[in-house]
Write a protein that binds this ligand. Structure first.
Ligand code: AMP
Length: 194
């Protein structure tokens, strides 16, 4: 099963994704983490990507898609994975669809974490203090939210048209959110089996 965890920066996608992959026993593909790792290793792609990441801008589509496709070709992804922070543009979603279709596969479920933007900002500022990420400063947080609204939010309609998008309430304690998420995935899996 190929899933996408969808929501604005700070919605809790990473936390929920880590729990969901344990339950489903599928790989977790976080493009943010993959790019940070490439940067930390001093790889060329990582250094290219850092110029955009450090400013809170999106890394060019082709660069991200190339990394994702290389990862998808590894055998542990042959039956599914959970994408976190990817796709972030309609072009990325199209390229991902093409890659999966070529192998007779598709995105099965996109789960939107619905959160209020004020809460999201609070969570991000808190995370900035704890993790000291270069891209979690008040300025870059503002830019990342605006990039989400302009470039990423329209993706939801793209997936709604495919009939694969579901929305769950992302507010509240992470355990409550995870219960909703797990229910949503279970319902989807049962409907596929029926
Ligand atoms: P994240 O950890 O998902 O919040 O991603 C951190 C940063 O990595 C983002 O602000 C972007 O600069 C970059 N990034 C991660 N995923 C993508 C993507 N799918 N497309 C473009 N840029 C991305």
């Amino acid at each position: 099963m190929f899933l996408v965890m969808f929501g604005p920066p700070g919605a809790g996608k990473g936390t929920q994704a880590r729990r969901l992959v344990k339950r489903l026993q599928i790989p977790h593909l976080s493009t943010g983490e993959m790019l940070r790792e490439a940067k930390a290793k001093g790889l060329d792609v990582g250094l290219q990507a850092a110029q955009y990441m450090d400013q809170g801008r999106l890394v060019p589509d082709q660069l991200v898609v190339d990394i994702v496709i290389a990862r998808l070709q590894q055998p542990d992804c042959s039956h599914g994975c959970l994408f976190d922070g990817f796709p972030r543009t309609i072009e990325q979603a199209r390229l991902l669809d093409e890659e999966l279709h070529a192998r007779g596969l598709k995105i099965n479920l996109v789960i939107e974490l619905v959160v209020d933007f004020g809460e999201v900002e609070r969570r991000m500022l808190q995370r900035a203090q704890q993790e000291h990420r270069v891209d979690d400063t008040p300025e870059t947080i503002g830019r990342r939210m605006s990039v989400f609204r302009k470039q990423t939010a329209p993706l939801l309609d793209f997936y709604r048209q495919q009939g694969v998008a579901e929305s769950i309430d992302g507010m509240g304690h992470p355990d409550e959110v995870f219960d909703r998420l797990a229910h949503c995935v279970d319902r989807h899996m049962q409907s596929q089996e029926a």
